[in-house]
Design a protein around this ligand. Structure first.
Ligand code: SF4
Length: 393
């Protein structure tokens, strides 16, 4: 039986962070209730499409899934357990923001079968959290972390963000050291650097055409400091028993995020809820992102028309597109991509298609060839955008 991952999008947040360009927003109880009714229905009517698949991972993300009534999440878990072939050891993750889940809620998630939690700390410094517009402080994170452990979560990710306004190299190092010093320390750490996205308040403040005078803002770290932060991340986390398995993701042995590894491996996944993306049998699509249109389509249309109405940007990937994706997603991972797997999927040798690029990047010491595949060197991972672009056909 083939395997699949499921992504479930919960778009609600208590308030919008200043840097955030995810599909997320605050919303009242009534809209939330309508959304969960529709979401449950979408998951139920999609079960038939997934009946030949074993579900090996589920990721409940957002938004802030823990900001809604926990029984909504338990309900969804009930549908998955009842109507999908959920693998016995499936990795089931929920994203959580500190200040939105107490012990009782965390216990309920755990009892519902969720076995991994990803906590958005972002910074261990209250002044940095304030600058980001986060709703929580460090104390609330500590409470949340402790409660997650007490509730039985033995697979915990903590998200951190570097290159924040006013952040020094030492500030960043101490954030990493703080997370590593938690008792017990998290099994997984994601460490991304802040990106100033268009359409966010941060873009107004820090974007190229910002009208705000720079002396009125805390400065973003310069490029050299940002690079240094990136290098120190690896050094500090490796010293503390984590290994890097993807450009920005570190884990203890055997605790990689199986759901994310599926994305990077080009495996099938199906997304439910507004804005959720799917890739199944070489076809990519995305759900519509307007909450009211989504709810209306699901409530008003005939069952056979619902999925057609809520799925948009449906794009069958050509063989070339699939090969490109296989390379540039797979090369995000430190172990790289396997030649045998490439041949199995595309019935041709990797060297036939990408031989020249591989030789070029190898010559620049950006890539190494091993017995069973290729992977980027540390230097190549540093320049990953440059390397990935080379694999476009
Ligand atoms: S909590 Fe996450 S999803 Fe919600 S607004 Fe902040 S960054 Fe965006």
């Amino acid at each position: 039986m083939n395997s699949i991952g499921i992504y479930i999008h919960i778009p609600f947040c208590k308030q919008k962070c200043l840097y955030c360009d995810f599909l997320s927003f605050p919303e009242g109880m009534e809209q939330q209730a309508l959304y969960f009714d529709a979401l449950k229905k979408e998951i139920e009517i999609s079960a038939g499409e997934c009946e030949d698949y074993e579900v090996t991972s589920v990721f409940i993300g957002g938004g802030t899934p823990t900001s809604v009534e926990p029984s909504y999440i338990a309900d969804i878990m009930g549908v998955l357990k009842g109507q999908y072939n959920l693998a016995e050891n499936a990795e089931i993750t929920i994203e959580c923001n500190p200040g939105t889940a107490d012990y009782k809620a965390l216990r309920l998630y755990r009892d519902a079968g969720i076995n991994r939690i990803s906590i958005g700390l972002q910074s261990a410094k209250d002044n940095e959290l304030l600058i980001l517009g986060r709703i929580h402080n460090r104390k609330q994170f500590e409470e949340c972390y402790k409660n997650a452990r007490l509730a039985g979560f033995d697979n915990v990710n903590v998200d951190l963000m570097s290159a924040l306004p006013g952040q020094t190299l030492r500030d960043w190092e101490s954030n990493l050291e703080y997370v590593c010093s938690l008792e017990p320390s998290p099994e997984h750490i994601s460490a991304y650097s802040l990106i100033i996205e268009e359409g966010t308040p941060f873009y107004e403040m820090y974007g190229e055409n910002s009208g705000i005078r720079r002396e009125h803002l805390l400065p973003l770290p310069d490029e050299d400091t940002e690079r240094e932060m990136y290098h120190r991340t690896k050094e500090i986390l490796e010293k503390n028993g984590y290994y890097r398995y993807e450009i920005s993701n570190y884990s203890k042995s055997d605790r990689e995020s199986r759901h994310n590894v599926r994305y990077w491996n080009g495996g099938d996944y199906i997304g439910f809820g507004i804005g959720a993306a799917s890739l199944m049998k070489g076809i990519r699509y995305r759900n519509i992102s307007e909450l009211s249109n989504y709810v209306e389509a699901i409530n008003k249309l005939d069952i056979f028309d619902i999925l057609k109405a809520i799925r948009t940007e449906v794009q069958p990937l050509s063989k070339n597109e699939q090969m490109e994706e296989f390379m540039f997603l797979g090369l995000r991972m430190v172990r790289g991509v396997s030649c045998a797997e490439f041949e199995r999927r595309f019935s041709c040798e990797m060297a036939e298609v990408f031989g020249e690029v591989i030789a070029e990047l190898r010559g620049e010491e950006l890539l190494e060839v091993t017995e069973d595949g290729i992977h980027l060197t540390d230097y190549g991972l540093d320049l990953s955008n440059y390397c990935m672009a080379k694999f476009l056909l």
